[in-house]
Design a protein around this ligand. Structure first.
Ligand SMILES: Nc1ncnc2c1ncn2[C@@H]1O[C@H](COP(=O)(O)OP(=O)(O)OP(=O)(O)O)[C@@H](O)[C@H]1O
Ligand SMILES: [Mg+2]
Length: 226
């Protein structure tokens, strides 16, 4: 079996600013095998977030294609795009984006409820995932009453609640101190492996990259082995 979580062909991105063309990357070809964990590193400004945003359907490429399961990402309409982001993908960013008026449990349940999952089932999934990220004692806490590391772990749980095939994470430990960084890193790798998800992770953290199955560096010459 040769299943892929995502297949990228001839992907290029150029930003057109007032007077210049900024070529970020050109003609990237790669695929992410199902259930594999890939780390992407590279200098600040080389285009890592831009690449991840394109994979996530949050930005359009200048040319090329992104195929993910049944989705041809660059040609999806609004409704399919929402379905892709909310169902096929789980997203984790440097900032947690938890809703401040909702508890940890509610924040994790919400994407499931929005996808039409019954309340009881959503509750069960959210409890299990919060326990997987070792937050079973923080279910009723608002984000303001959680530590930075706890908020990121809640964001990881939320990313998994609709059982996505692929988790995209952009510097998920970027705002954390070394101890919390290590904990979030270990928990993230642990849950994606346990649930058999693919992970594409952008990180400046060498230890995090070293833990991945595949490590690439984004350079002027494209993606190279790190
Ligand atoms: N909307 C935009 N218009 C013009 N240029 C942009 C736009 N968005 C990003 N860029 C430029 O594209 C380049 C890549 O940005 P990107 O955010 O992808 O880098 P990055 O590798 O994630 O950097 P970092 O490690 O600092 O997060 C940068 O030089 C940035 O200034
Ligand atoms: Mg970035």
């Amino acid at each position: 079996m040769n299943e892929r979580a995502i297949t990228v062909s001839g992907l290029s991105k150029t930003f057109h600013t007032g007077y210049e063309e900024l070529v970020i990357f050109e003609n990237l070809d790669f695929d992410i095998p199902a259930a594999s964990r890939v780390a992407i590193t590279g200098e600040s400004g080389c285009g890592k977030s831009t690449l991840l945003n394109i994979l996530g359907g949050l930005e359009s490429p200048t040319s090329g294609s992104v195929r993910a399961g049944p989705y041809e990402v660059s040609s999806l309409g609004e409704r399919e795009l929402t379905e892709y982001r909310g169902g096929y993908l789980g997203l984790v960013f440097q900032f947690h984006y938890l809703l401040k008026d909702f508890t940890a449990l509610e924040n994790v349940m919400l994407p499931a409820l929005m996808a039409g999952v019954k309340r009881r089932e959503a509750l069960e999934r959210a409890r299990q995932l919060l326990s997987d990220v070792r937050l079973e004692h923080r279910l009723d806490h608002l984000p303001s009453r959680m530590s930075g590391g706890e908020r990121q772990r809640a964001a990881v749980a939320r990313a998994l609640v609709n059982s996505p095939s692929l988790i995209l994470a952009d510097e998920p430990t970027g705002n954390l101190d070394p101890d919390n960084s290590a904990l979030v890193r270990d928990i993230l790798f642990d849950v994606v492996s346990r649930y058999g998800k693919a992970l594409v992770l952008v990180t400046h953290d060498r230890e995090m990259a070293a833990q991945a199955d595949i490590a690439w560096r984004l350079t002027k010459n494209g993606l190279v082995g790190a």
